[in-house]
Design a protein around this ligand. Structure first.
Ligand code: NAD
Length: 439
């Protein structure tokens, strides 16, 4: 059966009886003007390009030994004579509605080795908030075009952002070629997920790659708070030896309350427990057995966590529900006396997202002594500027550096690069945030 431009389709009908309609519909799209039947074609045909459709395991049985595509995507199996490209049918039928945006990619990725060893579909990828150099190289080596300072997103097939770029509905509408928004990091509160989903754009993140770095920063802030490290450092630099004034308290023997008990909180919890803290959490979406396995008491009322715990660590996502979850009322509930009876005061740390802590209320709580310390990595408005909170003696902070380690950035970059390469080779990424696009 001849299709266009010297392509020939070989349909091994007896081994592909299922999903016929779907495969036909997809192929009709793939080869546009081709006409396909289940008529079997002689394998020795001399067309310029033969496309073989079958399950991989049957290829050898038909004398087609060279097939090596690990995803089932196309691979040349005979470069000496006429070119033969195999499309694993298991791969094609696994494509769903998502196929509509992918099929051209599948076609382009049917490598024609010896003629053109690069994938012929080269995605245009915009990177707006920076990306590890080696990760950019990996994308370019895979044949994709990467623009590190795009003026606008029109014409790009993917955009990689961190937290600075806001993918609003308007921004999404202005980028009609976009197929994927890659959030290099975790939080997707800077992306209009509904607009992306309606536009059929996949949103993916790299959820686990910065966890350990944020865990360690949170522990650093906790220790810095309870041992007055920022004040001590400021005093030393000012020539003051304030040894007597800087009596701290131990974390050991105290209760720590987590708002949100996901990946990062659990990591902090493991360290906190090793130090000797008692773990409590409020997370209405967490299965109870996960908390139990981590030796953490899960509470259904957030107020119970504030009433019990002298140390609060914020690790939930920023949503309408969590906006200003930490406020004057909840802070007032904190006990000030540790589980071990020490008058340790109350301590707040957040490396999650600005907006969960009401910063004006946190300042008030520092001023009236409700809070002994407040440590933030994230702010409602970033950069935070000269907010009076950051000037308070018992406040210390960092400029959203939770994921800013060499290790996390390398992991994030490579994870994102591999995700994009796989996506443009027709694979569905693991970390899809808006799965509705796939349904
Ligand atoms: P995660 O998804 O594993 O955990 C978040 C947890 O919050 C989940 O268990 C979820 O059930 C819970 N949650 C959702 N709504 C809640 C609510 N109303 N009340 C209480 N809990 C709720 O995410 P993670 O990887 O642990 O990240 C946690 C936070 O850290 C996110 O906000 C993320 O954006 C932030 N983060 C910050 C940095 C940084 O640079 N400072 C880096 C990475 C992640």
């Amino acid at each position: 059966m001849q299709i266009r431009d010297g392509f020939e389709m070989l349909w091994l009908e007896e081994i592909c009886p299922q999903n016929e309609q779907l495969v036909f519909a997809l192929l009709g799209f793939l080869f546009l003007d081709c006409c396909i039947s289940t008529h079997r074609v002689d394998v020795s045909s001399r067309a310029a390009v033969t496309v073989v459709l079958c399950e991989r395991k049957h290829l050898v049985g038909h004398g087609l030994h060279g097939f090596s595509g690990n995803s089932g995507a196309g691979r040349v199996i005979d470069t000496a004579g006429p070119i033969t490209v195999c499309l694993g049918v298991d791969y094609i039928v696994s494509l769903t509605r998502h196929a509509l945006t992918h099929l051209n990619t599948v076609y382009e990725h049917a490598y024609v080795e010896g003629v053109n060893s690069q994938p012929r579909f080269m995605a245009k990828i915009a990177v707006t908030d920076g990306m590890a150099e080696d990760a950019v190289l990996r994308l370019r080596d895979a044949g994709h075009e990467v623009d590190l300072s795009p003026e606008k997103l029109e014409g790009f097939h993917a955009v990689v952002i961190r937290s600075a770029t806001k993918m609003t509905g308007q921004a999404i509408a202005a980028a009609p070629s976009l197929r994927l928004i890659g959030r290099a990091g975790v939080g997707v509160d800077n992306i209009d997920l509904e607009a992306a989903t309606n536009a059929g754009i996949l949103v993916c993140n790299t959820p686990g790659s910065s966890t350990q770095s944020v865990v360690e920063l949170t522990i650093g802030h906790l220790l810095a708070s309870t041992r007055h490290i920022p004040t001590a450092d400021r005093d030393l630099r000012g020539g003051k030896w304030t040894k007597k004034a800087l009596k701290g308290t131990e974390l050991s023997g105290k209760r720590i309350g987590f708002l949100g008990f996901g990946r990062i909180a659990q990591g902090v919890g493991r360290v906190a427990r090793a130090i000797g803290m008692e773990l409590h959490a409020y997370d209405p979406y967490l299965p109870e057995d996960i908390a139990r396995d981590q030796h953490c008491t899960l509470h259904s009322d957030v107020h119970d966590v504030f009433k019990l715990c002298t140390h609060i660590a914020v690790h939930c996502n920023l949503t309408d529900e969590t906006h200003h979850l930490v406020n004057a009322e909840t802070l007032e509930m904190m006990p000030g006396i540790g589980a071990d009876g020490t008058a340790c005061g109350n301590h707040l740390v957040s490396c999650a997202r600005g907006g969960i802590v009401n910063e004006d209320d946190a300042l008030l709580a520092l001023e009236n002594g409700t809070l002994s310390s407040c440590a933030l990595d994230v702010f409602e408005v970033e950069p935070v500027g000269n907010h009076p909170l950051v000037q308070h003696e018992n406040f210390h902070g960092t400029p959203h550096i939770g994921a800013a380690t060499q290790e996390a950035q390398a992991r994030i970059g490579f994870e994102m690069a591999d995700l994009l390469i796989d996506f443009f080779a027709g694979k569905t990424p693991n970390s899809v945030v808006n799965r509705a696009v796939l349904e």
